[in-house]
Design a protein around this ligand. Structure first.
Ligand code: GLU
Length: 466
């Protein structure tokens, strides 16, 4: 069997990390099996539909590098087909027209409640003679759900799950205005798209029993189901806004690399021994359902940050700068180029080894590409103000130096000046130097940084603060 998995988001205007994890698991299972991963936009709610909302989802998939097979399909464009299937089911005796009015349904429910019974539709039209149908009521179509026995799903994650059929009602598959319900649309689309594996959040498990009735009624192959436990926050409650970032765009804006987030989402609820760092190729090779946990996975921002540090440190320059570019533009108003870019690349290893996020990377790299005069943060300014005696001496020593302007020379000079003017406290010289050269008090080794800036630029920056 050739595997086909699917990702059917409702375009709500944002892509939740939980949804992204579902997409990732579907994608990995398809790629692991050399199968197909298809995307279907569940856009039948036209009141809330917008192209921008669809684009948010497509952008998130692209950012996470989850490519799909074939064209993206729109559920809305299949509604006629769904309605046809409903009618076919009526013709086959698997579904029926129900003419009960809303008033009758209310009455039915009230009576059931009073008698302590389930408030399900009482199936009065299930076997009624069609010639008794009222002319002035547009009927809905209801499925003939099995009334006895039980229904069992062999879920790849949850195991065997059974419900008694008396828990399932004759639910509506076609509304009186001729539009299909979600339950029908999903099944027809999954069938028509050849979906073999439905991998989704376990909040859909209850729907699965109803959807199976439709598959069975049409005589269609029932896909294999895998229901993933939902995400929780550290406190064990359902993962929500109060735990922190929720949408893929928020994580992107916080400076996470897509491969770090993808690695983290994979580890959320799936494991391969003790492996924490799982690059994409290994993820494809190793992914299976056997190691998906049954318990809800707790979202841990600290672990994500650790992975992000790792991936920033491993990233090649081109990849890192591509993802850092929007942050440079946001923070500085321009992207690195020319001599600034050359300096940044010369210092990139140290910047990478320090950064937990792309924001930190960009903030610490900024001094390489900024031109004087630039601004000094409060602490830097204080250091500069307190060192108006030290900085001119340092400047003079740098200016009169003829040899290579190396980090060793710069460090030795700072030590010497510290011995003479600051009781040997190197920090009292290195920190104001850092403040003058970077505008901050946080940076990679200032001796390396000064070497990369070069003698001329370093001296110019010191002069600018004197
Ligand atoms: N559109 C549904 C959702 O976003 C998908 C349900 C499914 O996977 O069948 O929750």
């Amino acid at each position: 069997m050739s595997v086909v998995t699917r990702f059917p988001p409702s375009p709500t205007g944002f892509m939740h990390v939980g949804n992204a994890r579902t997409a990732l698991f579907n994608w990995l299972y398809a790629r692991h099996n050399n199968g197909k991963f298809v995307v279907r936009i569940e856009d039948t709610d036209r009141k809330r539909h917008s192209e921008e909302a669809v684009q948010v989802i497509m952008n998130a998939l692209e950012w996470l590098e989850l490519d799909y097979d074939g064209e993206v399909t729109s559920q809305f464009s299949h509604l006629d087909r769904h309605a046809e299937v409903a009618k076919e089911m009526v013709a086959n005796g698997q579904a029926y027209y129900c003419y009960s009015t809303p008033e009758e349904l209310d009455e039915m429910r009230e009576k059931a409640r009073a008698e302590g019974r389930k408030t399900f539709y009482d199936r009065r039209w299930r076997d009624a003679d069609p010639s008794t149908a009222p002319k002035d009521v547009s009927p809905v179509v209801r499925i003939k759900a099995p009334m006895n026995g039980s229904t069992t799903i062999h879920d790849k994650v949850q195991g065997e799950v059974t419900v008694a059929n008396d828990q399932l009602d004759d639910f509506i598959i076609l509304r009186s205005d001729g539009t299909p319900t979600y339950m029908l649309s999903v099944v027809v689309d999954d069938h028509d798209m050849g979906v073999t594996h439905v991998i989704r959040g376990d909040d859909h498990l209850n729907n699965t029993f109803r959807q199976k009735i439709i598959f069975d009624a049409m005589g269609w192959d029932v896909p294999i189901f895998a229901h993933l436990p939902l995400l929780h926050g550290a406190d064990g409650a359902k993962f929500s806004k109060r735990h922190g970032a929720q949408s893929i765009s928020e994580f992107k804006e916080m400076g996470y690399l897509p491969e770090a987030l993808a690695n983290y989402l994979l580890r959320l609820g799936w494991s391969h021994g003790d492996e924490e760092i799982i690059p994409r190729d290994k993820a494809i090779e190793w992914f299976d359902f056997d190691h998906v946990g049954k318990a809800p996975a707790k979202f841990d921002f600290k672990k994500l940050e650790n992975l992000n540090s790792h991936y920033i440190n491993e990233a090649d320059t081109e990849h890192l700068l591509k993802h850092a570019k929007p942050f440079f533009i946001e923070r500085l108003g321009f992207e690195p180029s020319g001599v600034g870019l050359e300096r940044l690349i010369a210092g990139i290893d140290e910047l990478k080894s320090r950064a937990k996020t792309l924001l930190q990377f960009v903030d610490e790299a900024a001094f390489y590409i900024k031109d004087i005069p630039f601004s000094y943060d409060e602490k830097a300014q204080k250091n500069i103000d307190e060192s108006q005696d030290v900085l001119p001496v340092l400047l003079e020593r740098f200016e009169e130096h003829d040899g290579d302007f190396t980090s060793d020379f710069i460090q030795e000079t700072c030590k010497d000046v510290a011995d003479k003017m600051r009781e040997g406290k190197l920090g009292k010289v290195a920190m104001p130097l850092r403040a003058a050269l970077t505008g901050t008090t946080v940076s990679p080794s200032i001796f390396h940084a000064a070497e990369i800036l070069g003698k001329e630029e370093s001296c110019a920056r010191i002069r600018a603060v004197l």
